[in-house]
Ligand binder design. Structure first.
Ligand code: GLN
Length: 478
């Protein structure tokens, strides 16, 4: 079996037992990348130092040193997460030549665990989008059908994992950006509880909503990556707790609630697949029931109000002075320079800046932003109450199947609607995961599982149980 097909655990075991070297493994992956990238376009930058890094890991092992639980494992990193010495573009012209002088905490932690950064993964500009079409570096394509979107905004991350260009990836999720592409590409993607993972070195889009999240081909790989990155960080004061350790375990008797609102207004073929997933869980000894979450009705409006408000203030720092691209100030006074420089943002980023400034402006703050925060509290309270009688809530990750490239790009509202099921976990700060549920006409469907704050182990248990029972088929032909 080619080495590029291996999961994180298998790679680390193989490298440590010297069945194969990290260098051989990375070499095979680079060849794989060369072969499939013309079709998939998952990467913005390939790390030229990956082979060299692999050699240092092989040397450590030869010298009998500890190489870490992820020894040699190749990971891609979403290109809005800072990597020292490797440019971090956010798929934007604004950061096309930005080379961070430091690593994000999550990157440091992955490397401390022995992982190798193979490259920087494509995304929607500044992580704003659901398809990876809003990238300065071209659209990433869905490895299961390259005429379709891979989801977004961490589309490059999910596609690179699905296309076997790396074993795992880090994405970021403010409203579904890890889970949406995981669902569309038939891989596993998790958005942890707000505060579990450091955001130090993650380029901010919507601070109060986003978390870095792991993506892998199996729940086991997601657990391995999560264990490496989770836990408090003194550089990010929104992180809490110590250093949790998650395990892969069989657990019976979980109480599962299927959220009715998640099934309504969903593509019937997707809904059918989710009902089947519920049967599968029931067959595994879960106690399943239907339940309701009424405030779903306000979720999307609340999310897009808060997210754009935060985005507009975060993006204010890009003035093409402190960061930016080459543009001579000759012939401009400050305002015209600023306007011209900022016109380099893509359509979607501009739309968010304008919307966000509007909802925060003095006459409208109470009408929109404050209302959105109230709806957010309402949603969280309702969820908290539901979690008294359910361990996990389930539904589809995405209400529709992966659609054609270009299909929704001209209609922002249609685009926003696809996030209906994912934004809820972000608004509530709760963990959620997407696991492959099966295929409809060859296109992936993801099952979303959500739990109360810091109940990561519970959703991992449920996801693992489902994964083992559902046995959804492996990787696409490319
Ligand atoms: N699709 C959502 C948005 O465009 C989510 C983005 C994200 O999670 N980064 O805002």
């Amino acid at each position: 079996m080619p080495l590029y097909t291996l999961g994180a655990g298998q790679v680390a075991a193989g490298v440590k037992s010297r069945e194969f070297s990290a260098e051989e493994y990375i070499q095979q992956l680079l060849e794989r990348i060369e072969k499939v990238e013309p079709k998939v376009n998952a990467f913005v930058t390939i790390n030229k130092g990956a082979i060299e890094h692999a050699r240092t890991i092989d040397k450590k092992i030869r010298d009998g040193e500890q190489a870490g639980p992820l020894a040699g494992v190749a990971v891609s990193i979403k290109d809005n997460i800072c990597t020292k010495g490797i440019r971090t573009t956010c798929a934007s012209r604004m950061l096309e030549s930005f080379v961070p002088p430091y690593d994000a905490t999550v990157v440091t932690r992955l490397q401390d665990a022995g992982a190798i950064v193979i490259g920087k993964a494509n995304l929607d500009e500044f992580a704003m989008g659901s398809t990876t079409e809003f990238s300065r570096y071209g659209t990433t394509r869905n490895p299961w059908d390259i005429s379709r979107v891979p989801g977004g905004s961490s589309g490059g991350s999910a596609a690179s994992v699905a296309a076997q260009e790396c074993a795992a990836s880090l994405g970021s999720d403010a409203g579904g950006s890890v889970r949406c592409p995981a669902s569309f590409c038939s891989v596993v993607g998790m958005k942890p509880t707000y505060g579990l993972i450091s955001r130090y070195g993650l380029v901010s889009y919507a601070n109060s909503l986003e978390q870095v999240g792991p993506i892998g081909r199996t729940v086991s790989d997601v657990v391995s990556v999560l264990n490496a990155i989770a836990g408090a960080d003194e550089n990010d004061h929104t992180t809490v707790g110590g250093k949790p350790v998650y395990t892969l375990q069989e657990r019976k008797g979980l109480r599962v609630g299927l959220v009715r609102e998640f099934i309504e207004d969903t593509d019937p073929a997707v809904a059918k697949m989710i009902l089947r997933a519920m049967d599968t869980l029931e067959g595994q000894g879960c106690k399943c029931k239907e339940t309701s979450l009424e405030s779903v009705a306000y979720a999307l409006a609340s999310y897009y109000t808060i997210a754009t408000a935060e985005a507009s203030s975060n993006l204010a720092r890009y003035d093409n002075v402190r960061y930016g691209f080459d543009m001579s100030p000759e012939g401009y006074e400050w305002n015209s320079y600023f306007a011209k420089a900022r016109s380099s943002f893509g359509e979607e980023a501009k739309r968010r800046i304008i919307t966000g400034s509007y909802v925060l402006s003095s006459g409208y703050y109470g009408k929109y932003y404050l209302k959105a925060q109230q709806a957010r509290s309402l949603l969280k309270d309702e969820l908290k109450a539901l979690f008294k009688s359910c361990d996990v809530l389930i539904g589809p990750t995405m209400p529709i199947l992966p659609f054609k490239i270009g299909e929704k790009i001209d209609d922002p509202l249609k685009m926003y609607l696809v996030d209906i099921d994912t934004v809820i976990a972000n608004l509530a700060g709760m963990p959620a995961i997407s696991v492959p549920a099966g295929f409809v006409d060859g296109l992936p469907v993801g099952l979303q599982l959500m739990a109360d704050e810091f109940q990561e182990q519970t959703i991992l248990d449920a996801a693992y149980l489902f994964e083992q029972a559902a046995n959804v088929r492996g990787s696409p032909e490319l």
